[in-house]
Write a protein of this length. Structure first.
Length: 568
């Protein structure tokens, strides 16, 4: 998208990078954290204010750069009212000015939001809602507090048109789902609802449909068009990954917004990313996907010529976009490589301290974060939504034998997890790969539990992570008791032991801790070994790989007593 305003003295590379970064969907939060961080990073580096107009679906409609003191924008009159504007304050205060307050009336937006970087580094905000005169105003609060309020509901319930009747404004896209598998469509519906869409209906097509131009047959395209017109839908989401040309062809044929499963999942991840690492990983995945879905038509794709002297003025926007996306991908990969190196250093430190790590893995929303909290008495973020957490959370867990291990929770899995996400989250997933044990958490109350077990194992196998001890944890037994589909035990792809727990009721946790303790640390034998001083390498090996109980230095050599367990 093109950024307007006072752009003449802004470095072109910075401006292009910002334009590309704003050309994504930022999720349905009132103040998307990824967007706020992006805008404040720009203001911090340039000292300039920037203002963006944001739709209820998290898309940037327009953006303007100003000076250190103010920013101007073109009139918004006559455009959609489902718009709020977010702008930055270069100083340490987010308090709204009188100009900010009048902006709501002048531009006819539903909210004006000011953000600033607090002295402690966190982003604070102030905002006013265009519901009354004077407008309702909230001053110097955290973004978390602002996003926890039902702001959109407040606007929808209180905004009136000139006749005095309530003008309902909704940010929920009206969507129709399309897929070949009823079970897949059920999961796609959960994903769509997580992305704040209103699902109107679904359409099933045969998996063997002609997929050359429209992905599905011409008859199904007509059926989809009639269904959308009848229900007033504005978006269709396919339960598969479509080619860029197929998306374009379907859009042109039925005049609706077309999304595929990958785009939907990337959108959810974008709204969930909280940490800088998480945001980098999601942005990298989005850019990699976009790089394969840039399209153009006919002669507009051609250059004026080829070779030296013909590049530059003859380069098309498509080629420019590809080049800038390629540059962004390279920069993000370099930043994430630094993260991977830092994580590697931390892992090596843990290994020196002989700290073992247990990783929680499983389908999204199976209760991994709740289990982490229940076992370690911590307060990691928990929400009953798909992909509620993306960042790795690690806590110390005390086992019955008196030893401590590190318990780590990370991103959940899902069927057809986009390849771009797996690639982007390598730094995070390496924490799982380096762990000494896996706890595969399954939602025992989910009718698709067995399928989720198979999907989780398949992804672990693809990531080469099945060569370590695995305990299958059947969670949410406060709902099911032990009345669990017995077919769960017939899945023989991996060796495992099963434990019944309820993270909510904190039942079965002691049994799980004891099983972890037994499998990781139960001694096989105590060995006492005398090593000559000339064989220092042997002594070092024992220290690095075993739990040393005692060590004494005799005239003849070193006497080491160590514990050899079932897994070393």
């Amino acid at each position: 998208m093109e950024i307007k305003g006072e752009v003449s003295n802004i470095r072109k590379s910075l401006l292009l990078e910002l334009e590309n970064a704003l050309d994504v969907q930022f999720g349905s939060d009132f103040i998307p954290e990824a967007l706020a961080g992006l805008l404040m990073d720009f203001t911090d580096s340039t000292g300039r204010e920037i203002i963006v107009f944001v739709s209820r679906t998290g898309m940037i409609q327009e953006a303007y750069i100003g000076t250190a003191d103010s920013v101007a924008a073109e009139s918004w009159k006559g455009r959609s009212k489902k718009i709020r504007c977010i702008h930055t304050h270069p100083g340490l205060s987010s308090r709204l000015s009188s100009i900010d307050r009048s902006f709501i009336r002048m531009m006819d937006v539903e909210a004006i939001i000011a953000i600033c970087r607090h002295s402690l580094g966190n982003i604070m905000c102030s905002f006013a809602l265009g519901l009354k005169d004077p407008p309702d105003e909230y001053t110097d609060i955290s973004m978390g507090e602002a996003n926890s309020m039902d702001v959109f509901l407040m606007i929808d319930e209180n905004r009136y048109d000139k006749s005095g009747t309530i003008e309902m404004i909704t940010d929920r896209e009206k969507v129709i789902l399309a897929g070949s598998d009823p079970k897949g469509l059920a999961e796609l519906k959960n994903l769509a609802v997580t992305a704040n869409a209103a699902v109107l209906d679904s359409m099933i097509y045969k998996e063997t449909e002609n997929r050359s131009r429209f992905y599905i047959g011409a008859g199904k395209i007509r059926e989809l068009s009639f269904l959308a017109q009848d229900l007033g839908a504005d978006t269709v989401i396919f339960d598969d990954e479509l080619k860029a040309s197929q998306i374009r062809n379907i859009q042109e044929e039925i005049n609706l917004k077309i999304l595929d499963r990958t785009t939907l999942i990337l959108d959810i991840f974008a709204s969930r990313a909280k940490s800088r690492e998480g945001k980098l990983q999601v942005l990298l995945a989005q850019l990699k996907y976009r790089s394969t879905h840039l399209t153009g038509k006919g002669t507009e794709l051609s250059r004026l010529g080829g070779g030296i002297g013909t590049r530059g003025p003859g380069e098309t926007k498509l080629e420019t976009d590809r080049r800038h996306i390629k540059t962004q991908i390279k920069n993000l990969e370099e930043e994430l490589e630094k993260v991977r190196k830092t994580r590697k250093i931390h892992r090596e430190e843990r290994q020196k301290r002989k700290l073992k790590t247990v990783a929680l893995v499983g389908y999204t929303n199976s209760g991994k974060s709740s289990l982490l909290n229940a076992m370690t008495d911590s307060d990691a973020y928990v929400e009953n939504k798909l992909f509620a957490t993306l960042d790795t959370t690690t806590r110390s867990l005390l086992l019955p034998g008196g030893r401590h291990v590190l318990l780590s929770d990370t991103v959940g899995f899902i069927n057809k997890l986009p390849h771009e996400l797996i690639e982007a989250f390598k730094a995070t997933l390496e924490e799982v790969k380096a762990s000494d044990m896996l706890l595969m958490v399954l939602d025992a109350s989910d009718s698709e539990m067995i399928e989720h077990q198979k999907v989780t194992y398949r992804i672990l196998k693809e990531l080469d992570m099945v060569d370590k001890p695995i305990i299958t944890v059947l969670n949410k037994t406060d709902i099911t008791g032990h009345e669990i589909d017995r077919r769960i035990y017939s899945f023989k792809e991996y060796k495992t032991k099963y434990v019944y727990v309820s993270a909510l009721k904190k039942t079965g946790l002691e049994e799980l801790k004891k099983l972890i303790d037994d499998m990781l640390f139960m001694p096989v034998e105590i060995i006492k070994e005398e090593i000559s001083y000339q064989d220092a390498a042997r002594a070092s090996y024992i220290h690095e790989n075993y739990n040393v109980i005692s060590e004494s230095f005799k005239e003849e050599g070193i006497v080491i007593e160590y514990e050899k367990t079932g897994h070393n």
